[in-house]
Design a protein around this ligand. Sequence first.
Ligand SMILES: [Zn+2]
Length: 153
Amino acid sequence: MSLLQPDPQAPSVWRDNLPVTSRYTYGLAGERFFRILKDEGKIIGSICAACGATYVPARAFCERCMAELTEWTDVGLVGELHTFTVLFVDMEGRPLDEPELVGFVRFGDGGILHKLDADPDDLQIGMKMEAVLKPKAERIGAITDILGFRPVT
Ligand SMILES: [Zn+2]
């Protein structure tokens, strides 16, 4: 058989819906990361005692040397802008009413991708960016507990 001579015995396309349910879990390190973000308003990372890497968000194992990560550290709310972009369309490709800024803010050897509250003309790679958190009563233990990052003034 070839692409020009399709196999008449081959299965055809089946169009329908499959009921799929799933539950995302944060895992051990993610659970702790989001619980401390929610309850204490802190961003924590995990440190690899074997190679010295600092992971933010916290992880359970080092991706470099596979060591179990059992040391935790408060990395503060100020990271360094690693990269950013301006979005003009949403996830469906529809134009946004107002362009949005997103960026990767580095903490240790990791970082957080999030919205930026800034004028793009004022941003410079390497500048200090501060996390803006929701009020404690509104936090739910999710990345949206961080409203975004803004330049440190
Ligand atoms: Zn390591």
